[in-house]
Design a protein around this ligand. Structure first.
Ligand code: DGJ
Length: 745
């Protein structure tokens, strides 16, 4: 159930479904006022008591003779700066006369069933009109003729509102958009803990929290990619909200470029959230008759804690943001040669790795970096997407056929947005990279960024990659991106459009993705940017899975995957078993722990299985059998975080099948202890009345027992090991399989 009601007499809009309400109204100056976002409440015509009109000292007022109506103290829907509101605005437009003041006044609205597609941008979607309703509120600035369309979609099944804004210049003069946020939300108080997913290369999306205070709290990216440093995602939770209980609002921006998410707490404890393209350096020239569409932002409201919020994101993003052939399909178990060989391989060596993997049950072999042009190290070859015939005498199609003959699928790595100076492409088109005239151009990993704001360059790269995909039997593409943008400037655009290049660049990336995924709909795309540098909802629209991090160590991955799960579904998380000592932290973890972590994602191997002992190979075979049997549950079940790696030595998480007949609990302990106390963990999401069999412990328990008393996780810990028992070591882990057992009494 979803609905949008307009109360004519009070000009109040109420968007709601069974769980949430979103209410706003037209204020007396014609601007839009925000009234409520939260748990569903009854509809009624008049909520105007929520508009705070009162006299306050040191305030500026709109109307002569009226000392009550100031935008400074009114919660608004899409605020502007300069007409009594001194807080950060949602929009700022530079006009011909140098003014940045605008006045967006209500003009009308339109309500439609379903959801509209955003041109050239990734966004959530519906498959039938019953799934959502969309409201467009029209506001106009009379002086410039700029028209705003505020778009709101309320879904029937999800506690989520999707928002974006379309700006149309219906005036006669050119204007410049300096800031145009996807959403602005004024919340009535400041009693929130702000949570962000931040870190660095190889430790992405760690959970970081702080309490909001008067002033500004923000995260952003100015790197051209959403970044390893900050994910375009933020949560406001109440102080006592935990994983299962309490209020939380998640804000997610479906965008892969420069972004900003900000909370501004004002003097009277109102919290204004804004999210959108980073205004820093942004300047979009909008000529008469043109329009600009912002990326979409999604707000999820949960009263059942962080897990409740995450599960909504998982379902919405897994089913109605990710698209295509692979969206609902179990993902193939793959082996990737990167950590096995790096650049040092021959066709024979690759086939050797693939053959062994095939014998273990692996389904897809992925050839990573180094197969093309003069690419023998990271200094050459990017841009020349033609196989190096010395390494691969039969070309990509020859190798792909050999892999297919083994009974496996073949996948390939590309980095289409980049070029090395030592490449035929650069030698031919040195002017195709982003560079500022007269300035030195910086490199990242000896590579330069192609100017994807130019359609002819995107077309050229499309031609090369499409040729490759049509000529060879390629089932999977790993799309990498290994540096951020510097000296951002395009020689194809005039001076007054240089502020558009970052955004035009990412539109070019989306354009290439859209064309390749439409032309090759059954190819599985995995996004990657030095691991997790562009692991964002924008990418998820094109690539249903992404390489979570270049850090493949099982212990490190606990934090990375736990943090990532705040917003992203398990089906989107590329996670592999890699070699020991691990190549990032040089840690030795048991093979079973490496798999136990990687199961909670797409699963694969990142090593040469030929180097494993016979006993280890048997273990790998069993892991693959297990994953094949349970991957549907693991990738598409309901995920619960139970114990956080950020809070201690143990991590526990679980997935439950839709019918609650099966669950898998992943238990991980980083360091071993001596003579440890009894331990147990209370499970979630089971059917209280179902009897479950715990195969590992050979016991049976009702769901209510497991959720209220807990699952016993005590084990043979160091100190004294009974005869015949396997001692536990550091980096211990296990998976508990719980299966419904038909009650016999
Ligand atoms: C960075 C990726 O994250 C790695 O997995 C690998 O593909 C390398 N790039 C190859 O250069």
């Amino acid at each position: 159930m979803r609905n949008i009601v307009f109360h004519k007499e009070t000009k109040t809009f109420h968007l709601y479904n069974d769980k949430i309400s979103y209410i706003m109204c037209v204020l007396k100056n014609g601007h839009m006022g925000h009234l409520y976002f939260g748990k569903r409440i009854h509809d009624k015509a008049d909520f105007s008591y929520l508009v705070e009109e009162c006299q306050r000292p040191m305030t500026s007022y709109i109307y002569e003779g009226d000392r009550n109506f100031s935008l400074e103290h009114i919660r608004q829907e899409y605020p502007v700066y300069g007409t009594t509101d001194y807080r950060h605005p949602a929009i700022e437009i530079l006009q011909k006369n140098g003014s940045r003041i605008s006045e967006f006044v209500y003009e009308g609205y339109e309500i439609t069933a379903g959801k509209v597609k955003l041109q050239g941008l990734p966004a959530t979607y519906t498959e039938s009109d019953e799934e959502a309703m969309t409201l467009r509120v029209y506001l106009k600035d009379a002086l410039t003729g700029v028209l705003l369309e505020l778009l709101y979609t309320v879904f029937s099944e999800y506690n989520a509102i999707a928002r974006s804004v379309c700006v149309k210049n219906t005036g006669t003069e050119t204007v410049h958009l300096l800031n145009v946020m996807s959403l602005s939300l004024d919340l009535p108080d400041q009693d929130y803990v702000w949570m962000q997913l931040s870190g660095a290369w190889a430790r992405e999306r760690y959970i970081k929290e702080r309490t909001l205070e008067q002033g500004i709290t923000a995260i952003d990216s100015r790197r051209g990619n959403s970044s390893h440093e900050h994910n375009p995602f933020m949560v406001l939770r109440r102080k006592h909200t935990n994983e299962y209980r309490g209020e939380a609002i998640g804000f997610s921006l479906i965008y892969s470029g420069n972004f900003r998410i900000q909370a501004e707490v004002d003097t009277h404890n109102v919290t204004r959230i804004t999210a959108g393209i980073n205004p820093k350096g942004f300047d979009w020239k909008l000529e008469a008759g043109e329009m600009f569409q912002t990326p979409e932002a999604v707000m999820v409201y949960s009263e059942s804690g962080l897990n409740g919020m995450s599960q909504t994101f998982h379902k919405l993003y897994g089913r109605r943001l990710a698209r295509g052939y692979w969206r609902d399909r179990c993902r193939p178990i793959l082996i990737n040669n990167w950590e096995a060989t790096y650049f040092d391989f021959t066709e024979e060596r690759l086939v050797e790795i693939a053959s062994k993997a095939k014998k273990c049950g692996v389904e897809l072999f992925v050839l990573d970096d180094g197969w093309f042009g003069a690419r023998r190290n990271d200094r050459a070859g990017l841009g020349d997407w033609i196989a190096n015939m010395e390494l691969l005498p039969n070309g990509i199609s020859g190798l792909a056929n050999r892999i297919e003959e083994l009974g496996m699928k073949f996948g390939l790595w590309i980095e289409p947005e980049m070029v090395n100076k030592d490449s035929d492409l650069y030698r031919k088109h040195p002017d195709w990279i982003l560079q500022t005239p007269g300035r030195r151009v910086s490199h990242g990993r000896y590579q330069y960024v192609l100017d994807f704001s130019r359609q002819e360059i995107v077309d050229y790269i499309y031609g090369m990659i499409a040729k490759l995909l049509s000529e060879s039997n390629i089932s999977y593409i790993k799309w990498d991106m290994n540096r951020s943008i510097t000296e951002c400037y395009s020689i194809a655009y005039p001076a007054d459009q240089q502020g558009e290049i970052f955004h035009r660049y990412i539109l070019g990336v989306y354009n290439l993705y859209e064309r390749l995924t439409s032309a090759f709909p059954e190819v599985l795309f995995e996004s990657c940017a030095s691991g997790g540098g562009r692991f964002d909802p924008g990418m998820l629209y094109y690539a249903p899975q992404g390489w979570v991090s270049d850090d493949s160590d099982a212990v490190e991955r606990l934090k990375i995957q736990y943090g990532t799960s705040m917003c992203y579904p398990l089906s989107s998380m590329g996670s592999h078993v890699s070699v020991i000592p691990n190549h990032q932290v040089f840690r030795n973890t048991p093979l079973h722990t490496r798999a136990n972590v990687a199961y909670f994602g797409t699963f694969g191997y990142e090593l040469d299985l030929n180097k494993l002992s016979d006993a280890e190979i048997e273990e790998v075979k069993a892991q693959i059998r297990f994953m094949k049997e349970y991957r549907e549950l693991l990738q598409f079940g309901t995920f619960y975080r139970l114990k956080s790696p950020f809070n201690g030595n143990e991590t526990v998480w679980m997935v439950v099948s839709e019918d609650k007949s099966k669950a898998l609990v992943g238990y991980y302990r980083v360091l071993n202890g001596v003579n440890l106390p009894y331990s147990c963990v209370k499970l979630q999401g089971l059917d209280p009345d179902k009897l479950y069999e715990n195969e590992l412990a050979n016991t049976k328990h009702y769901g209510d027992e497991l959720m209220n008393l807990g699952l016993i996780t005590t084990d043979v810990s160091a100190g004294e090991v009974p005869q015949g028992a396997e001692p536990c070591t550091d980096f211990e882990s296990r998976i508990y399989l719980l299966k419904e057992k038909q009650s016999t009494n």
